[in-house]
Design a protein around this ligand. Structure first.
Ligand code: ZN
Length: 169
């Protein structure tokens, strides 16, 4: 079990944070960015990086090869849509993708936008953890948090607008 402290100060014990988020038991700060039948996208605002998205499966699985055919198609399609939205509404040029199968959560992919300030932490995989820690420890101020929430809002609007258009056809 993992003990969580919610934004309202309430504490909660959950077996899997991803299950708690994708089932709606825990509302992510900033809200759900986009949700489909099998996937759920949100941001972890503890790491204030504008446009960062965590894409999690709704099913409690750990490994990519556990996805059904239908889930895997939805995954790649949604990942691509989120990436397009990051470029279109936030002007994000490069994204780092990260996911590991030996996680305490379940299947979830981090989409970490690459910004100029990250260069000092190096490139590629070795820079990911220092970048996230730097954001958590040094960018947790009102200005950056506001910027991050604005990014969530823009992505949410873009991604859900497209769904609505499709449904309207
Ligand atoms: Zn889970």
């Amino acid at each position: 079990m993992r003990k969580l402290t919610l934004s309202d100060g309430q504490t909660l014990e959950v077996a899997c944070l991803s299950c708690a988020l994708t089932s709606g038991l825990v509302e992510p700060a900033g809200g759900v960015i986009v949700e489909t039948e099998h996937f759920h996208a949100h941001q972890d605002v503890a790491y204030p990086i504008k446009g960062l998205v965590i894409l999690a499966s709704k099913r409690h699985i750990r490994c990519l090869d556990e996805l059904t055919e239908e889930e895997s198609l939805e995954y790649i399609s949604l990942l691509t849509r989120i990436r397009r939205a990051q470029r279109k509404v936030l002007g994000i040029e490069k994204v780092y993708y990260f996911y590991n199968e030996d996680t305490t959560h379940h299947f979830h992919t981090w989409m970490v936008p690459r910004y100029d300030w990250m260069e000092k932490f190096g490139r590629s995989v070795e820079s990911v953890r220092p970048v996230l820690l730097h954001a958590r420890n040094n960018r947790n101020d009102e200005k950056h948090k506001k910027d991050v929430l604005e990014g969530i809002r823009a992505l949410t609007e873009e991604l859900n607008f497209k769904i609505n258009i499709k449904r309207g056809r």
